[in-house]
Design a protein around this ligand. Structure first.
Ligand SMILES: [Zn+2]
Length: 124
């Protein structure tokens, strides 16, 4: 291993660097810093986006899916802030798609009920 301060090659089990006198920091070699281990991946809502796309058939489903993929891509590239931003946008798109989907369902039921009532009143 090398000295963490000056880079001098150190022998095993030495307590300090013969060149600069700093203690060898072995823990740095045992636990290398990795953003993928320390930072949890933001939720990409990929499954929800696909469901929004399939069941709602709205442009929002496509938008949500794109933001989900961008979230994954940004995180894989180490752009954590960007990944969080895309994660939030994907969530918002999915939420709006879900509400819109429910509203469409309610309107569809309402129209069906009006149709049934109109049909029944037409019999009198
Ligand atoms: Zn040194």
């Amino acid at each position: 291993m090398n000295c963490s301060r000056c880079g001098t090659v150190l022998e095993e089990n030495v307590n300090f660097c013969p060149n600069c006198g700093s203690p060898p920091q072995q823990q740095n070699f045992q636990q290398p810093y990795s953003p993928y281990n320390t930072i949890p991946a933001p939720a990409d809502y990929l499954i929800w986006s696909i469901l929004s796309l399939v069941f709602c058939c709205l442009p929002l489903g496509i938008a949500a899916l794109i933001f989900s993929i961008q979230c994954k891509t940004a995180f894989a590239a180490g752009r954590y802030e960007e990944a969080i931003k895309h994660s939030r946008t994907a969530f918002q798109c999915n939420l709006i798609a879900l509400i819109a989907g429910i509203l469409v369902l309610i309107i569809w039921f309402a129209l069906a009920m009006i149709g049934v009532v109109a049909e029944n009143s037409g019999n009198f």
